[in-house]
Design a protein around this ligand. Structure first.
Ligand code: NAI
Ligand code: MG
Length: 501
């Protein structure tokens, strides 16, 4: 945290020219019908990067019409799996070839680390596409063992037109986490990126066209949630909505589905994930994991380890280590390769986090470090650690979505399990111990969609994740995600002595 790092990025990286600012409908970049635009902001400075077409209901209608046509009559769902795979592989290569520009777009739009984008986020998005490309020609049903005089089998068919509504914390990763399995399944789609981060989604649309994805299959509508997002969620011709974002909006999406065409939905709604560190842990490694768990991507991570439960025997030692290490955590311009934490995505998020910090102080938690903005401009917040956090404090219950750690002390394994589960969320959990029995017991007892033992954020394309409880339902990644975009159809015919013959 030493030194001013949030100065000019020019020293580190040339900001790319913003080439795509319009809606992408039926294979073309078009203005919104209203002609309206909105500003997307650089969180390093609060300055406007570009004006982007603001899609609303009428634009969503056009995009859904294109996707509907492409699904009902177009080639994409009718292509062989291997033909679709070839195009997806081509798109994956184009992502790799344009990695630098894509990573830079997500850095200026979302404040994400450029180095991380280059090393991980962008190549992993390309790999995820390749993973689902590999699955596209292996989508098949089963032969059924019927008890009567029938022969039967199942077919897996694409669900149809999909609406993907995504947030701003991982613009490229989430875009491909949603569209890759849906494309492999043969669906057509409309993607609505978050209003905070529209830039890379439009670029991906351009690459998709270049790769040969037919017109109408992948449409991108930039715009706001209550207008463009709500229009997708309530559209009668959208067959499924895959949503990632806040619990509050998850409810709205579910309501919209319930009151219109009962479209299928899947929801990934964030969490308040526990990282549980037991007495036998290596304190140095545990401190690294705990810091990474809450500070990675400036805490704007659905699976962030925001509640750090530490067994009493090592609590004091761990706190000491955490404070030492937090001091070396460099905050600043996300283009600077030595920086580990960039700015929060926007002013709203920045102010929300600072207000949670004030709440924590008022409720009587002990602020050990941070707790305030960093620098004079932009939306930077110092890594913040609270100790003596009680389970009923707001900072222990709400998803803050910022670099704010809540430390809690526990005595026994049973207590750790009970308190880890004392949350309305259930997305992820971390366990740090070398005791196999503790690791097994806790991983089976904590209600969460992914458990990391002696690691954290260990994502892999073959490893599904998603929520228990109010973290939502449905899984992203892995082959489970492919099945979100497939219907099961049973086909039955009489045989032998069936009375039907
Ligand atoms: P949000 O839920 O409002 O935004 C997510 C997406 O939903 C965006 O594309 C937005 O335009 C869209 N949306 C908003 N209102 C909508 C509506 N009525 N109908 C359809 N779509 C709509 O999230 P927001 O306000 O940006 O962040 C608030 C909090 O949500 C964060 O502080 C964090 O706690 C949580 N969050 C969780 C995420 C996760 O990964 N699960 C990601 C982003 C935010
Ligand atoms: Mg919002």
């Amino acid at each position: 945290m030493e030194g001013e790092r949030n100065g000019s990025s020019e020293a580190f990286m040339k900001i790319p020219e913003i080439k795509f600012k319009k809606l992408f409908i039926n294979g073309e970049f078009v203005d919104s019908i209203s002609g309206k635009t909105f500003e997307t902001i650089d969180p390093r400075t609060g300055e406007v990067i570009a004006k982007i077409a603001e899609g609303e209901k009428e634009d969503v209608d056009l995009a859904v019409k294109a996707a509907r046509e492409a699904f009902d009559y177009g080639p994409w769902p009718r292509l062989s799996g291997s033909a679709r795979a070839k195009i997806l592989m081509k798109l994956a290569n184009l992502i790799d070839e344009n990695a630098e520009e894509l990573a830079a777009l997500d850095t200026i739009d979302a404040g994400k680390l450029f180095s991380r984008g280059m090393d991980r986020d962008i190549p992993a998005a390309a790999d995820l596409l390749r993973y689902y490309a590999g699955a596209a020609d292996k989508i098949h049903g089963e032969t059924l063992k019927m008890s009567g005089e029938f022969q039967a089998y199942t077919l897996l068919e694409p669900v149809g037109v999909v609406g993907h509504i995504i947030p701003w914390n991982f613009p490229t990763s989430l875009f491909f986490m949603k569209v890759s399995p849906a494309l492999a399944a043969g669906c057509t789609m409309i993607v609505k990126p978050a209003e905070q981060t529209p830039l890379s989604a439009l670029y991906h649309a351009h690459l998709a066209k270049q790769a040969g994805i037919p017109n109408g299959v992948l449409n991108v509508i930039t715009g706001f949630g209550p207008t463009a997002g709500a229009a997708i969620a309530s559209h009668m011709d959208v067959d499924k909505v895959s949503f990632t974002g806040s619990t509050e909006v998850g409810r709205l999406v579910m309501q919209a589905a319930a009151t219109t065409n009962l479209k299928q939905i899947s929801l990934e709604l964030g969490g308040k994930s526990p990282l549980i560190i037991f007495d036998d842990a290596d304190v140095d490694k545990a401190a690294d994991l705990a810091l990474l768990g809450i500070l990675h991507n400036k805490g704007e991570v659905c699976v962030a380890g925001s509640r750090v439960l530490v067994q009493e025997g090592i609590y004091d030692e761990l706190v000491k280590k955490l404070l030492e290490k937090a001091k070396t955590w460099v905050v600043g311009d996300p283009f600077d390769p030595s920086v580990r934490q960039g700015p929060q995505v926007d002013k709203t998020q920045f102010e929300k986090i600072l207000s949670y910090i004030e709440h924590g102080k008022r409720e009587g938690a002990t602020l050990l470090t941070g707790g305030e903005r960093y620098g004079e401009k932009g939306y930077y917040i110092k890594p913040t650690i609270f100790s003596n956090v009680m389970d009923d404090m707001l900072i222990a219950r709400d998803e803050i979505f910022g670099p704010v750690m809540s430390l809690m002390k526990f005595k026994t394994v049973e207590e750790a399990i009970k308190r880890a589960n004392d949350t309305r969320y259930g997305l992820a959990a971390g366990i740090v111990t070398n005791n196999l029995n503790i690791a097994n017991t806790v991983s089976r007892s904590v209600k969460a969609g992914i458990i990391w033992i002696n690691c954290y954020f260990a994502f892999d394309k073959d490893c599904p994740y998603g929520g228990y409880k109010m973290s939502g339902f449905g899984r992203d990644m892995g082959l489970h995600a492919l099945h979100k975009y497939l219907h099961v159809k049973s086909v039955v015919t009489p045989i032998y002595n069936s009375p039907w013959l």
